[in-house]
Design a binder for this molecule. Structure first.
Ligand code: G6P
Length: 460
């Protein structure tokens, strides 16, 4: 063991920092995500390290401290980016775990680098974790790390959390390496999922394809393994704070004025991913325009599509499809100075995002499948006036909690057109009734509660 070790080690594909250029100088900046803000307070209480891909090509920088957290960057070669990240992680596991919305691709020459990269991360974690320390591994990129690490360091408590859905047997059984993946996860003491369905699927699959106990509590190689739902959330007070900030509210008012006072604003905010159902919501909106149930005078759609995995074929195709659809709708219904859809293909700073949440009358969240979907929770956290309508796909983890949203089956275009119209026309009293309940749920379980619950389960 090296001279300085950490009591808590986090393993995830992305580090909690991004390399950015400010005034011509390259520097690290803390990533805006909820995971980072949730873990930071806990990591600051003990010597801790976060291991992750630096996101940059070439040799990884040496470990460095940033805002109280020790970052341990790991490099990936161009071949590993292609085979481990774009290949096995994002063209095999990602579609398979999201209901096979796109056909998962199985290549043996992707599986080998997946194993090799998992091994490298497990070895680093084994080297830097203190005796009896705790390692928390995140997401589908690293499902083999728990068992690899356990072999190297049986003294360590190991947790794993899957941020995306865990599929049922009918789908998972396709995976040529299904047993190895399950055994990889079983190396953990606690395996966390977004919903109870994920935990149930995992437990069933373990009993079917591994030597796990066939019934009763899940045990593997004589060791208990906890498989449980830990629904993730957001930093609620951060969003509430921004939503009550004067400048943000002014910006929201400006957005409304620019988009046209009196027009109901429909908003979508997503990574540009084929799981998000972006094209289907446009189809439904187009139907409403076509049948004249709504017009450009009374509604406008704003879609923020954050660029993602831009070298993967399916993402390139999706971008073309979405942009073609937006162009077609605006071509058909738009007028000079008045668009039907405002499409922004970029990420936005969080204050601008909150201003949009404040401006939006209807938030449209329609994934075909989503582990949780935090945009839905962010919108609710920002609506402190208890108004606005949330349309939410039944196939998101959030729909398990946000039952007062206007729930929709994203495969049903007619159903979605109906619900869009219902949301646009939702009476103020009904908005208030629903939003009050939604806000109670979102504010009652923050990302800090999520992190504490997981650490508590792991610390036992
Ligand atoms: C999902 C995954 C994360 C991933 C994120 C962005 O939320 O669960 O693990 O980091 O998408 O995708 P990217 O491939 O850019 O890291």
């Amino acid at each position: 063991m090296p001279a300085s070790t950490s009591d808590i080690v986090i393993v995830s594909n992305r580090l909690p920092v991004n390399r950015v250029e400010r005034n011509g100088k390259k520097q690290w900046e803390t990533s805006p995500g909820g995971l980072v803000s949730a873990l930071t307070p806990i990591l600051r209480t003990k010597p801790s390290t976060w291991i992750g891909w630096s996101g940059i090509h070439g040799r990884a920088p040496r470990p460095f401290e940033h805002e109280g957290i020790l970052n341990y960057p790991v490099s990936l070669s161009p071949e590993e980016i292609e085979n481990f990240y774009e290949g096995f992680s994002n063209s095999t596991l990602w579609p398979l775990y999201h209901d096979a919305i796109r056909p998962p691709i199985y290549h043996r020459h992707w599986w080998r680098p997946y194993k090799a990269v998992n091994k490298r991360f497990a070895e680093i974690a084994a080297k830097i974790t203190a005796k009896n320390g705790l390692v928390w591994v995140h997401d589908y990129h690293f499902q083999l790390v728990p068992s690899m690490l356990r072999k190297l360091r049986p003294d360590v408590r190991i947790g794993f959390f899957l941020h995306i859905p865990f599929p049922p047997q009918e789908l998972f059984a396709q995976l040529p390496w299904r047993r190895q993946v399950l055994e990889g996860l079983l190396g953990a003491d606690v395996v966390g999922f977004q919903t109870r369905y994920g935990a149930q699927n995992f437990t069933r699959l373990c009993r079917r394809y591994t030597t796990c106990s066939p019934s009763g509590r899940l045990t593997y190689e004589g060791r208990p393994v906890i498989a449980k739902a830990f629904p993730i959330s957001i930093d609620v007070s951060r969003f509430e704070g921004l939503a009550s900030d004067f400048d943000v509210q002014t910006r929201a008012a400006n957005f409304k004025a620019k988009l046209g006072l009196g027009r109901r604003i429909l908003l979508g905010v997503d990574r540009l991913d084929y799981t998000k159902g972006i094209e289907i919501r446009f189809k439904a909106y187009r139907e409403l325009l076509k049948t004249k149930k709504v017009s450009l005078d009374d509604t406008v759609f704003v879609q923020v599509a954050v660029p993602s995995r831009e070298r993967v074929d399916e993402y390139i195709e999706l971008k073309n499809e979405v942009e073609r659809t937006v162009g077609a709708i605006d071509g058909e219904f738009g007028e000079i100075g008045k668009s039907a859809i405002h499409y922004l293909h970029r990420g936005l700073p969080v204050d601008e995002l909150v201003a949009l949440y404040l401006a939006a009358d209807v938030m449209v969240v329609t994934p075909f499948r989503d582990g949780m979907n935090l945009v839905a929770k962010e919108y609710v956290a920002c609506r402190h006036r208890n108004d606005g309508a949330l349309i939410l796909s039944e196939f998101t983890g959030s729909a398990e909690e946000l039952k007062q949203a206007l729930l929709v089956n994203p495969h049903d275009v007619d159903g979605m057109s109906d619900i869009l119209l219902e949301a646009i026309q939702l009476p103020a009293e009904e908005q208030k009734r629903r939003m009050k309940k939604l806000r109670r749920i979102v504010t009652g379980h923050t990302v800090f509660d999520w992190a504490n619950d997981f650490f508590e389960a792991l610390d036992k």
